[in-house]
Unconditional design. Sequence first.
Length: 407
Amino acid sequence: MQAAKTIAIIGGCGHVGLPLGITFASRGFQVALVDVNEPVVKMVNQGKMPFAEKGGPEALQAVIGKTLHAQTHPSVVAESDVVILVTGTPVDEHLNPRVGDVMKVVDQYLPYLNDSQLIILRSTLAPGVTELVAKHLRDKNLKAALAFCPERVAQGFAIEEIYNFPQIISAFDGESEERAADLFSKIAPETLRLSPQEAELAKLFSNTWRYIHFAIANQHYMIAESSGVDFYRVYQALTHNYPRLKNLARPGLTAGPCLFKDTMQLSAFYNNQYFLGHAAMLVNEGLPNFLVQQLESQLGTLVGKKIGLLGMGFKPNSDDTRESLSYKVKKILITKRAEVLDTDVYQPTASKLDEILKTADGLFLGVPHDEYRGLDLLGKPFVDCWGVWREPSDLQQSLFPAESNAA
């Protein structure tokens, strides 16, 4: 088995491809990032990260123009030992997997593939898609090795986690499996072997578990708050020095490009009998309506009110707005005939925070970026399901009055 030296990553300048390319390039591989987004390709070649990534700017600067380069033309694919496709399986308007999207990308690059290459499918795939790709390649008389090696990293921490987390390897034959394992052993601390369908389910199980975990917290929040109970008093008491609940999730707008989508993919695979997943969807997608109702009850009406919406990303301290529920909140507020003043620290064209705090009739915390913690809300009514605008001293005094008084 000849060791791979050159790697082409299709969709290489995105959130999955770029961190992976940087890590391989840092280990001495010659890596080509192939991407149709010309402005982003230009940015990467200038050594600039197109999105927030911990350690990303420094890591990119160390390899760009040396062992890493980006381009729009796919010709380099034909010259590469390894071809990695990061195209995942989205869902359609009926919440079913759009398998055709993956096959379309495979066909697009088929003229540049050859029998000696190792082809790796990297992003989330619906169960059975790896097998469909394998059969499709065989039908095209292509004998290249094929593996599915899913990414399991958190947005914004991909480079760090690629280096520190085990990598799942799957293939239909021993040679493909060994070639993929040898490749990823250069960047991951260990590799785990599964069959392709096991690997596909492993990725979906991971994301759906997180989606359900957050839904539990959101459901409990709505139960408590609708009953006039302060959820965070209960939460702090539950988790204080009680190890069984040390990992209990906090409420929050649960969104992003993966969790909802992958839960629906797993449901479609299981003939729409995934009741836990459907229940989680109803809870997480219903939370924005509940929160807007909370603000409406404080203000009496939202008609004509100026509402400051702080944070438009899909999670804290991220510049990624894909599938962010803050936009759903904004739509609901507009439907209620409120004037929405939205802002985000990662969007340079956003409305100025100081002006919003002064002029808003009410405030809504969409995402708790660090910059929004400890703000002076000027006594304005607010909704914050994340619990970061609560005064810790107030909770401390109410839960542990003797300790607070002693302090």
